[in-house]
Write a protein that binds this ligand. Structure first.
Ligand code: 5RP
Length: 220
């Protein structure tokens, strides 16, 4: 928790007056958002664009003014957590189920910053199962297609029934093959009818804020 707080709060230093800020989802970026709430109370003027209903509620509680895509031309900076980060700054995201809105916002941002404590840094992506968001119609068939390209999907449950995303979809948590190029897999998955998006974020990250073994903040 302390580690998440350190990296989360550090990211808030990159937010400047007048910016439109993509607000990620999860327990690390929670500290960024909390810090931004404090700065807004002290006079910082920003507009947030949230990646989930959970974050929207948090931002409202903290008094961070919100905006939406109908009101803005671009996002100046987006800050979000990750489930895994490799040395190429490729990510697995979606542990919190918000991957679709997170990817839309990360892609729209001029700068995308990831806050990740050292437990998230990996040599190779895939120990964390890859979240894949699918529409509910025909999800049994979509599952077969995901299996056919070598993944092992399991539907995410919430108290015995399928977990429903903010977009009304299901999520398959998927074991991915050992030797797979993230970029290739990201594309292959999104070509399957019924797949809405997957949690591989390739070529999107500008900066990772993390900690070294001595708990110093480092930027990758
Ligand atoms: C939510 C995400 C989160 O960013 C990811 O799961 C990391 O969360 P946390 O900071 O709580 O470990 O992708 O969909």
């Amino acid at each position: 928790m302390v580690d998440k707080k350190i990296v989360g709060e550090k990211a808030a230093e990159f937010v400047k007056d007048g910016m439109v800020v993509g607000l990620g989802t999860g327990s690390t970026v929670f500290y960024t958002i909390q810090k931004l709430g404090q700065l807004v109370k002290e006079g910082l003027s920003i507009k947030g664009i949230p990646t989930s209903v959970q974050t929207e509620e948090l931002a409202k509680e903290l008094g961070i003014p919100l905006t939406s895509f109908s009101e803005i031309e671009s996002i100046d900076i987006a800050i979000d957590g990750a489930d895994e980060v490799n040395s190429e700054l490729e990510l697995i995201k979606g542990g919190g189920g918000a991957l679709l809105r997170e990817k839309i916002i990360a892609r729209a941002a001029k700068i995308f910053i990831v806050v990740a404590d050292s437990s998230k840094r990996v040599e190779k992506l895939g120990a964390f199962r890859l979240p894949v968001e699918v529409i509910t119609f025909g999800y049994e068939m979509t599952e077969k297609h995901i299996r056919a390209i070598g993944l092992v999907p399991e539907i995410r449950l919430n108290g015995g029934t399928p977990f429903i995303t903010d977009n009304g979809n299901y999520i398959f948590d998927c074991q991915i093959p050992e030797h797979v190029q993230p970029e290739m897999l990201e594309r292959m998955l999104n070509m399957i009818p019924g797949v809405v998006e997957n949690g591989l974020f390739v070529g999107m990250t500008d900066l990772v804020i993390t900690l070294d073994q001595e708990k110093n903040v480092v930027m990758l």
